[in-house]
Structures are given as C-alpha cells and as structure tokens.
Design a protein around this ligand. Sequence first.
Ligand code: FEO
Ligand code: CA
Ligand code: CA
Ligand code: CA
Length: 563
Amino acid sequence: AVKAAGNAFDFTPIDVATDFDIHVPEGYQWKPLVRWGDALFSDANGAYSAETGVDLAMSERVFGENTDGMELFEVNGKEVIAVNSEYVNPKINLPSDADGTPRTADEVKLLQNLQGVTVMEVAASNEGYRIVQDSPLNRRIHHNTQMTMDGPAAGSLLVQTTADPEGMSPIGTMNNCGSGRTLWGTYLTCEENFNGYFGATGEEPASAGNERYGIGAEGRYAYEKFDARFDIANEPNEPHRHGWITEIDPSDPNSTPVKHTALGRFKHENAAMVQATDGRVVVYMGDDERGEFLYRYVSNGTYTEGGDTSALLSDGVLSVAKFNDDQTGEWLDLTPETTGMSAEEILVFARMAGSAVGATTMDRPEWVAVNPTRVEAYCALTNNKNRGVKANAGGDETPVGGPNPRETNRYGQIVRWTPVDEDHTASTFAWDLYVMAGNPTVYDNEYGGSENITEGNMFNSPDGMIFDTKGMLWIQTDGDYKNEGDFEGMGNNQMLVGDTQTGEIARFLTAPYGAEVTGLCWSADLKTMFVGIQHPGGSWPDGEGKPRSSVISVWREDGQTIG
Ligand code: FEO
Ligand code: CA
Ligand code: CA
Ligand code: CA
C-alpha cells in the first residue's frame, strides 16, 4: 500500500487492465458524471441517440466530445467545472453513411459545436455528483463563439482578417487540450493542434510560419470547403488567431473569452500558473510536438487579491528553456534584441523565436505541473518515436541530450526543475528526471526505465499531470495500449500517483481499452475526484451503442478525502 507522509489516502495499487471498463482500487467507487451528448439544459434531454449521436439543433446544448483538461471553481457557493472538448471523431458524430468527412455546412457546424469548452455547475446528491441542468452558469463555448484578444500581437497586421480588420475580435477557440487556472479564479483553455482545422481551396499562401506550425492545404475536417474563414487561400491570417492561451470567466456566462497573445502562439498543452515570491505571475507552458520547446511567461505587474488583474496576462516577458547536460538550465528571453524579430512576430511565431535563441528541442512537452508544497515544477515529455525526423519544416535538430536522453523514446519521461533561490522568476534552474518510463520486463538497459519503475507500475507516454493539495503528483497516460511487444504488461492507459519526494509511483486507475486518461480536478471538499476519459473504445460506458468520452467521479467508500 502507498502511504504518503501527511496524506489522507492510502490504497493498494491495482493491476493493469485490458478490458473495456474502468478499474479503481479496493475501497473506491466510480461512476460517469457527464458523457458526450448529455444535456446541459433540459430542452436537450433526449437529444442524444445511441444510433445517431446529437443533431445540429441541440449540439450547443449538450456536453461535447473528447473531454480533456478541466478545473473546478467555487462561484458564490456553487461548484462549477470548466472542461475542454479537444476534438471530435467525425465517424462517430456524422450520419452513418458519411465516410468521416463532412459533406455540408451543417455537418461542419455540428462538428464545430461539439468541441471547445463546457462550463457546467455540478452538485452533490444522494447518488453522488451530478450536473445541474439549466444552471445560469452553464455555457458552451466552441468554434463559433465570439472572443477578444489582448497583448502585444492583438490588433497587429498578422492577426487582421476581412471580417475583423481591427484584429481584435477572433471567433472560436479550438483543439482545447490541457487546462490551467488563474490566481483570480478564471479558467485557462489551451489551444493545441489548431493547425488541423485549416486548409486551402485555392493557392496556398507562402508562409514560413505555416510550415513550422504544420498548416497546409489539407484540413482534417474539410472546414475550408464549407466555412470560408478556415480557407487559408481566402483568409491567410485566420490561423494566426488560434494557438493561444484563452481565459474564460466561469462566474459570468456573458463574459467574452480573451486570447492572451503575450503568452505566445504554439501548440499549447496546458498552462501552470504560480505566484512568485515578489508577487509576479509565472505561467509554465509546453508546446506538444516533437522537437518543440518549453516556455515560461512572467508578468511585469504583481498580483494582489482583489487587485486589478487585467494586465497580468497581457504585459510580461516570454522565455524559452535551454537545458544543459550538466543538469543546469536557463530561461532565454524572447525579445527583439535576442531574436531579430518584431514583438508581434515573436508572439505569433513563438516557435521561430525559440529557435533563434537556441532553445532545447524536447521530446514532446505535454502537461506542466507546479508543486504547491515545494518550489519546483514538472513537465511530461510524452515520447519521441521518430527522433531526427522533424515534425514540421523549419524545426531544429533533435539530438539526444539533457532531459531527452534516449534515441528512440517510446516510453517518455518526466523532467523536474528547481529554480535558483526558490524563485520562479529566476533566469536559471537545476533539473533532473523524476522518472524515465520503460519496460523492465523487456529491457535491462535504459529502455527498462528509471529505478522507480517496476513490473508493478509500468506505464508509457505520461501526458496529463496535476498536483493535489498535498503535493502528490497524479500522472495520466496517453500511450500505446496494445499490451504487446515493447508495451507488454502495461495494459490500457492509466492514472498513477507519484510521491515526488520518495520517487514512489503507484497505479490508481485503469481506463477502458482505447481511451486515454486526461483531465483531473476535485470537488471543493476534496472527497470526489473528477477524471476525464477521452476516445474510449467499444461501447463504454453505456455497454451498447457508440463509445462516449466522459468525465467520471471517483470517491472513497469511507467518505475520506482523496486529494
Ligand atoms: Fe492534446 Fe498534447 O495533448
Ligand atoms: Ca495531452
Ligand atoms: Ca498525448
Ligand atoms: Ca488526446
């Protein structure tokens, strides 16, 4: 059993699973909180059909597909979860005679409406947590929701379009992956693979930025054929309006989400905010692509409770990490002097700015988590199966070295850094690897993993990472679930918990076959944990019909806290 010092929980770690169900330790229970297609408003009750999914008419009134990062907020005594729906499976959402490609503008709109963000009130009941239908706080934010933007790139030539010549009013947030929360109680949704929504019906505009960001002629969902905004032959700047950190106020359903250009444009995984000792706001962010970078934003102003927060995410310094082989590292500021780029270019093309200063190419930086009990932070480097093969044109070489020590990185690792002087704004840090995932039953070399990996806790591709209030690190995986070859004995994707002081890691939950585990938050009383299950296989959780991505509740039978 795991017993963490000062922690209220202890449990017997569970075995791997290969079935289409959820498993949690003895003494714990789980049930779905909300599934793709479940009604947020009572007029959408019955909108979901096991045969056809959800129709366009009700697609803004239900929970979206493919849940990802989430955070729980307390708003005037109510509990509100803001949660991402990262992407859609067209074959599951579109009529069964479609081949997975939308054939009409309405089919495109259906897919657009089922992604983005859901804000929903939840409440405890005799049967556990449930969503509060028709709560005035319930809200869907998707690919057609009006946004605004701030920071140095807002209003610049690079973000102006025909529909928005001022470059201040983008529409939609998309590919909402991981999450973050501000010190002032708002939600941060992180736009990751936004590139996939754009295509060209005519001649593709030449842009070095498009190559580096993977934007090309062929969109993933054929949006460009039915919605001119997504046609880069028509609107070459529209992709520049996506790939940002977007702030949503969960307490005000009429608020306009804000895209913060000061935090840079890349394939954002999540945003881990922490306050530095001098009061400034620090945000750590990963760019999830092979050979891309780890970033840090430091505000110029300081945060005080109840004070003006309006400039804290629009006025600051963006930096990128350089890791040295001697386990030291530094944050390299991205400025016109260091990059030779304009202030707007640095933000819109942050990847190129990072290359200009010599940032360290990483093995796909996914979630960053800041320890609430120590001055240190962690980033999941999920894997890098194709070292040397650049993900996009214009990227840098990706040599073995520093926190990316293995040639073919099938399993992933978690890097930890400690800023000097216990100051998150410091320009230098020390780093080590908290864990190197691996398979010690197949390999007795570096592919067997670090010392804290055993036959009993093997996993691959760490992705989601969230600290609980006690300083325990919850690790969620998005990896190979075939349970064979290099991955034999690892089973389905899973959630583990790590004691970062002892190094111990224990398996807590296994996902249904096919799914990844992503997104984690807690009820206000810490007695219920909410866990996201994305792209499940089979007919989970209903047992028949289509698979439904869901958020589940997990709790202890004895009613003790679990976070
Ligand atoms: Fe959406 Fe990098 O995970
Ligand atoms: Ca992820
Ligand atoms: Ca992943
Ligand atoms: Ca995913």
